[in-house]
Each structure stands twice: as structure tokens, then as C-alpha cells.
Design a protein around this ligand. Structure first.
Ligand code: SF4
Length: 465
């Protein structure tokens, strides 16, 4: 693979004007905005039962959403509930157990699970005893495989080394720390103060406790950030040496995400500053031996994500890049999104609707989507571009019974325009994303998205850079 270039050198103004348009991150295809309310609890039961009766013995992926956070981060775009009332967790866990029982009723007990992820909100809002309760319920309902990846998002302000030891005891083997930025002015501007020393102590403990992989999230484009302050954050993060780093671009969409209305637009860095920050961060991580995985992910060379990238085995799911093949994903909790077979489904977004459904012993599914054959074909195309950076025509034609040149004549025309801009190389029977093209890989994938027709639809997404 060619080395990753410095984005400051390759992302010219012309390229950005042409291709830095709002677009999805493609953690699914079609994206969640396509889900329809005509898909409800009975449909979810049907897909779960079909999986039980089907021939698939592949392990499942499991996602558990814990929506609570103690305090609001102003950049937040997640589905969360801000509360200091920890007792609210009890009612939630009761409901979660009811949901689990209903899922198992349709899916069968003891199904193998190779990937379990706790996200939120802040899963570490739960006490040690509450986390133990959820893990106990899950391990009764499912069977975690010996090599399973068991991960949890950690808000550094809610844990101590002792709590991390408890997580390890419960079977968690991966941690993801929400860091965002180490600069105090930025932390104050986003209402999330957590000193560098706090994160350093936790990461050191996590290593001593034997967590297999430690991830840290950073965000560029936040209020009060400058290329200078962010370069210092990147250096500090490099010193901590987490196995994986996710570097997200802040998308300021205050009309969609209410917390962001507390961010003063005048405090936001300019577009050239954002590109400088992205460039500095990429250059900084590469110089510290991190591999660029794609979009916004970096990993140390011996981390399984970097190995999978080198071997062309990367996948993508709702948590981003993954080493696990495309497993069915069972999602539990308010607003959680699952995917079983050829269907996606999402739970109620409010606690009251979530509790109401479960009170009637109905799965709390409020919308979903059954993929058509065209969707399945396009999903394979988009995931090949996003994960491998290469679209080979032959396997797609074989799997879907189409001729690429005919089926995608219009899209291939657009690819030729992208080739002229240096984002892809067109081969006789393949499309290769170039090293500069990786920075705009979403824009490349968007060409094959049948649902993303109008500019209005695009504008609900964030920009690529
Ligand atoms: S960013 Fe995370 S911790 Fe902060 S409010 Fe949102 S969900 Fe909670």
C-alpha cells in the first residue's frame, strides 16, 4: 500500500469544493434515515425467528445502549439522557432484561456471541453492581466465545483504576476512552473537563490490568481549538500510545443537535484551520508508527485492526471499522440499532416509548428496513470501497449476477471524473482508491448510494473534512 500523504499537500481547495460535501459515514447501507415506521415489533420477531430457523451458526455481535450521562458535553450528537439521578438506572435495567428475554424467546438461548459492545450515553454511569447485573443477564442468555471482543466506552470522569479492575473482572477486554482534546480551554468550551493526568493514570492502569486493546477518541474542529493547541493534544496522545485512535471531525449542526446551540460559532476554527489540524494529526500519528486505517481511524501496526487492513479483511459496522466479518448484530436498549439477516431495525428513541412497549411485552422496535437485492449489491460495493479501498468487479458480479459495466454505467461515469481528480484509479476490472482518495472515501462511496439523491437529503449529514 502506498504511504498516507499529508492531507495539507493533497486536499486542494478545488478538491474540497468539488467533493467535501455532506455525506454519511456508512456504518450501514442504506443509512438509518431510510428506516420506515412500517417496520415494527412483529417484523423484528420475524427476522429473529428466521435466524433461529436458518442455517447460520455464525456468532452474533451484541450491542447494549446505556443512555445516561451525568453532564452534558456541548458537542454531543448522541442519543442520551442527562441526569444525576443514578437510581433511574434500576428501571432501565429492568426494561433491558425484559427486552433481552423477548429477544431470546424469538432467537433461541445460548447463541454464540463473538463481539459485545457497551455504548451510550455513558455505560460507566452504571455502578459496578449494575454492570455486573447486565453481564450476568447477557451471559445467561448468550454464550460468549472464548476469543470474544468485549468492549465498553469509558468516560474518564466516571471511573477509577479500581473500577477498571472491576470491568476486567467482569470480562471486558477492550476499552474506549472518550478524550476529544487535552487543552483546558477547549475542555471548558465543550463542558467536559478531564485533565491529561487523569487519562494517563487510567490508561496506565488499563494496561497493567491486561486490557487487550485501548482506544481513544479525539475530535478536531471543536470551539477554541487551534492548530497549535491540537498539535499539543496529538503529541500527548502519542505519548499515551493507545492501540487505536479515532479522530473525528466535529460537525456543527445546532439546528439538529440541541446541545450544540451552546457552542459559539465564533469560537469554531476556520476551514483551513481544520485541514491544518487534520494534517498535523495524521502526520503526528504516522510519525509515531500508527497506521492509517481509513476515514478517521489509526492503529498501532500490531493491533488487529492494522493487521486486518493489511490483509484486506476490514469490515464496517455501527461501531465503525471492525475485524469481525459481517455478523448479525442484536441491539438492546433505547434507540439501539440492530441488523439481522437482510433487515435493520431501531428501538424507540425515548425512554417512555421504550418502557411502554416492553410493558406490553412487545419488542420496542419502532422502525426498520428490509434490504432489497439492489441494496445488498450496493452495500457490498460501498463496503468494499470504505474497507478495502478497492472494488473488484468479478466477486461482485459473481455474488449478485450483474454486469458492473451495465448495472453501474452512470456511476462508473462519475468514477471517471473522480479518477481525473486523482481520487481513484480506474482499472479494466477494478476501481482503486488512491492514497489522497482515502481522505474523501465517503464522497467516493456516495456515488453508489441510490438513496442519496437530493442535496436536501445530503444536508442532514456532516461534511467529509
Ligand atoms: S458526548 Fe458522550 S458523555 Fe458527553 S453528553 Fe454526549 S453521550 Fe454523554
Amino acid at each position: 500500500m502506498k504511504p498516507t500523504p499529508d492531507p495539507r499537500a493533497v486536499l486542494t481547495e478545488e478538491l474540497l469544493r468539488k467533493f467535501d460535501t455532506p455525506g454519511p459515514r456508512y456504518t450501514s447501507y442504506p443509512t438509518a434515515d431510510r428506516f420506515a415506521e412500517s417496520f415494527g415489533p412483529a417484523d423484528a420477531v420475524r427476522v429473529l425467528e428466521a435466524r433461529r430457523q436458518g442455517s447460520s451458526t455464525a456468532p452474533l455481535s451484541l450491542y447494549v445502549h446505556i443512555p445516561f450521562c451525568e453532564s452534558l458535553c456541548y458537542y454531543c450528537a448522541c442519543n442520551k439522557i442527562i441526569t444525576k439521578h443514578h437510581e433511574r438506572a434500576t428501571e432501565y435495567l429492568d426494561a433491558l432484561e425484559t427486552e433481552l428475554a423477548l429477544v431470546v424467546e424469538s432467537l433461541g438461548t445460548g447463541r454464540p456471541v463473538s463481539q459485545l459492545h457497551f455504548g451510550g450515553g455513558s455505560p460507566t454511569f452504571l455502578s459496578d453492581a449494575e454492570l455486573a447485573r447486565v453481564m450476568q443477564a447477557l451471559s445467561t442468555a448468550f454464550r460468549l466465545t472464548a476469543d470474544s471482543e468485549v468492549s465498553i466506552e469509558v468516560d474518564p470522569r466516571t471511573v477509577t483504576p479500581t473500577r477498571l479492575a472491576h470491568l476486567r473482572q467482569l470480562g471486558f477486554n477492550r476499552l474506549s476512552f472518550g478524550v476529544q482534546d487535552f487543552d483546558i480551554k477547549v475542555q471548558e468550551a465543550v463542558h467536559r473537563v478531564q485533565p491529561f493526568e487523569m487519562v494517563r493514570e487510567l490508561m496506565t492502569s488499563a494496561r497493567e490490568l491486561g486490557f487487550v486493546s485501548i482506544n481513544a477518541d479525539l475530535i478536531y474542529g471543536l470551539p477554541k481549538q487551534t492548530p497549535e493547541t491540537f498539535a499539543r493534544t496529538v503529541r500527548q496522545m502519542g505519548e499515551l500510545r493507545p492501540d487505536r485512535i479515532a479522530l473525528y471531525a466535529y460537525a456543527h449542526l445546532p439546528e439538529r443537535f440541541k446541545p450544540q446551540r451552546r457552542v459559539a460559532a465564533t469560537d469554531l476554527p476556520s476551514a483551513p484551520q481544520r485541514i491544518a489540524m487534520l494534517g498535523d494529526a495524521i502526520a503526528g500519528f504516522l510519525s509515531r508508527d500508527y497506521c492509517y486505517i481509513g476515514m478517521d481511524h489509526f492503529a498501532l501496526p500490531d493491533d488487529s485492526l492494522a493487521v486486518a487492513k493489511r490483509e484486506g479483511r476490514l469490515h464496517r459496522n455501527f461501531q465503525g471499522y471492525s475485524t469481525q466479518p459481517d455478523c448479525d448484530l442484536v441491539a438492546l436498549g433505547v434507540s439501539a440499532i440492530g441488523r439481522v439477516g437482510a433487515a435493520y431495525y431501531q428501538n424507540a428513541k425515548t425512554l417512555s416509548a421504550y418502557y411502554d412497549s416492553l410493558g406490553q411485552r412487545l419488542l420496542p422496535v419502532v422502525r426498520g428496513y428490509s434490504l432489497t437485492r439492489d441494496d445488498e449489491l450496493r452495500r457490498d460495493v460501498i463496503m468494499a470501497l470504505m474497507c478495502q479501498g478497492r472494488l473488484e468487479f468479478e466477486p461482485i458480479e459473481r455474488a449478485h449476477g450483474v454486469t458492473m459495466a451495465d448495472y453501474f454505467s452512470h456511476e462508473l461515469e462519475s468514477m471517471r471524473a473522480m479518477a481525473q481528480s486523482g481520487l481513484v484509479e480506474m482499472e479494466e476490472r477494478a476501481i482503486q482508491v488512491t492514497a489522497p482518495g482515502w481522505f474523501l472515501v465517503r464522497a467516493i462511496a456516495m456515488v453508489f448510494d441510490r438513496h442519496l439523491q437530493s442535496a436536501k437529503e445530503r444536508h442532514q449529514f456532516s461534511k467529509v473534512v
